[in-house]
Write a protein that binds this ligand. Structure first.
Ligand SMILES: [Zn+2]
Length: 495
């Protein structure tokens, strides 16, 4: 490579700060592009995500030279990095002090005249133009929100915003300040066991506004919970699920925090001038926070955390076969962390009867990812969700996945395309995410859009770094999705 060319432009500006250069050396590892060693890399990373394609390389494949960097001076970081002062971040990063400019999915944390143009957070004196939030926790200035889901502490909500009391609590993340004593806490690995305890605690604290059901059990004997918030006897019902893909375990954390906030602000919060209690008197929100607890357990803690010895053996067999096929070159530890399937190696979101017979893209054997199973609905987890989907007339349903900051709304043979597109426009207007049609087969969204008695449906792909995502990404995910359930409930109430 020609060195003069190499040192031109933004890269040169970036590299002149030696401290920044040193941290850059570690950047691609920390914010990396996994699963680099997986030769048929699946999932919500580059390539065929979630049984769908269209996640652009920009989110995952680090197209810019300064990808994943941390810098401490007056810096330009182009993808996924952090500029510590007076920085310019163009995607997925944060500028922590000074006159930061962030153009997508990011946050500026401290003082200065900050500008966020898409999906971000600023904590003072700032302007957010799309889908963002001016945060409640620190020295809030005169924030302006022109589109989307923001909130300003102690002030009226912006358009599309949720007004919440400006209670400031501990924590250095903007959302942490909104509840004085949150039950659901952000952790690196939000586990099935923790979630189960949190559901019990929410029930104890907010029992009058919620109901907890079990819609089935996983192969390894874990409960598939359903939380219902709002009027159980309402005429409108909406269905949200998360955690169907194992390594996407930030999505259960997201919907649990969404649930807690709905409950905490049930009697005092509002959405677009309507009280939440009024909205939820006419709509019940059903949330299945973790449809694949076995797979999530594998991804977070490895097979030793499984109860069944035969399932532990299956995972080991998957690894051997995927190695033999060249589907992985990872260590066994990393292979488990990248697990996407259920406890016996079936990708649950390729297991629904939506052109299932014609799925030919995955392996012919159980695997960490992309194996469609022996037949549609062969798995107890996919069966349980299909049964729930067919148990009543739903106004709409949302599937939370990661990653890509994308909303998928269509499928071949979609019987509710128009309604689904309206929902997509609603969600992207709040979140700042992009829309995409769809591709891939066998997904839950695909199924409910094409079945008898079809349901308007979206898949929302949260986050902008590879799965499993670090907890540091949660702030961005939260900012884009905090108001989504209230918005969907209000929409359902009106339609
Ligand atoms: Zn997924």
């Amino acid at each position: 490579m020609n060195c003069k060319r190499y040192f031109t432009g933004a890269l040169a500006a970036f590299m002149v700060a030696s401290s920044a250069f040193m941290t850059y050396a570690d950047g691609p590892v920390a914010n990396g592009t996994d699963p680099a060693g997986l030769t048929s890399a699946p999932g919500e990373t580059a390539g065929a995500g979630n049984g769908t394609t269209g996640v652009t390389a920009a989110e995952t494949a680090a197209p810019a030279p300064a990808s994943g960097a941390q810098s401490s001076g007056s810096q330009t970081v182009t993808v996924g990095g952090n500029a510590a002062a007076s920085g310019t971040v163009t995607a997925g990063g944060s500028s922590t002090a000074g006159n930061g400019t962030v153009t997508a999915g990011s946050s500026t944390v401290a003082a200065g005249s900050s500008t966020v143009t898409s999906g971000g957070t600023t904590s003072s004196g700032s302007t957010v133009t799309v889908g963002g939030q001016t945060g409640p926790a620190v020295a809030v200035g005169s924030g302006t929100i022109t589109v989307g889901s923001g909130q300003v502490a102690g002030a009226a909500a912006g358009p599309g915003g949720v007004a919440v009391p400006s209670v400031i609590g501990a924590g250095d993340l903007s959302f942490a300040g909104q509840l004085t004593d949150p039950i659901v806490k952000v952790t690196e690995k939000y586990s099935y066991d923790q979630m189960s305890r949190d559901i019990s605690s929410l029930k104890s604290r907010y029992g009058s506004h919620m109901q907890v059901n079990t819609i089935g059990n996983s192969l390894d004997g874990r409960s598939l919970y359903e939380i219902v918030i709002g009027n159980q006897n309402a005429s409108k019902h909406i269905l949200i699920h998360a955690g169907i893909h194992a390594r996407e375990y930030m999505t259960p954390l997201l919907v649990m925090k969404q649930s807690e906030h709905l409950l905490a602000f049930y009697d005092s919060g509002s959405y677009q001038g309507r009280s939440l209690s009024d909205i939820l008197s006419g709509v019940a929100i059903h949330i299945v926070p973790m449809l694949n607890p076995d797979g999530i357990t594998i991804s977070q803690f490895g097979v030793s955390a499984l109860r069944s010895s035969s399932l532990r053996q299956t995972v080991s067999q998957c690894y051997a076969q995927d190695q033999a096929d060249g589907r992985t070159t990872q260590s066994f530890d990393r292979y488990q962390a990248l697990w996407k399937a259920n406890g016996r190696g079936v990708d649950l979101n390729q297991n629904f009867p939506a052109l299932w017979d014609s799925i030919t893209t995955g392996p012919s054997h159980a695997s960490y990812a992309n194996y469609k199973g022996t037949s549609a609905l062969s798995e107890p987890e996919s069966q349980a969700l299909a049964n729930l989907a067919n148990s009543r007339n739903w106004s709409l349903t949302i599937s939370y996945h990661s990653m890509g900051n994308l909303v998928y709304w269509d499928f071949a043979g979609n019987k509710v395309a128009e309604q689904s597109k309206v929902l997509a426009d609603l969600v992207t207007g709040i979140s700042g995410y992009r829309t995409n049609g769809s591709s891939g087969k066998g997904g839950f969204k695909d199924y409910v859009q094409t079945k008898d008695n079809p349901i308007p449906s979206l898949t929302i792909e949260v986050g902008s770094v590879a799965c499993p995502m670090p907890a540091s990404e949660f702030g961005n995910v939260w900012n884009s999705n905090q108001a989504i359930l209230a918005a969907l409930a209000a929409y359902a109430a009106d339609h």
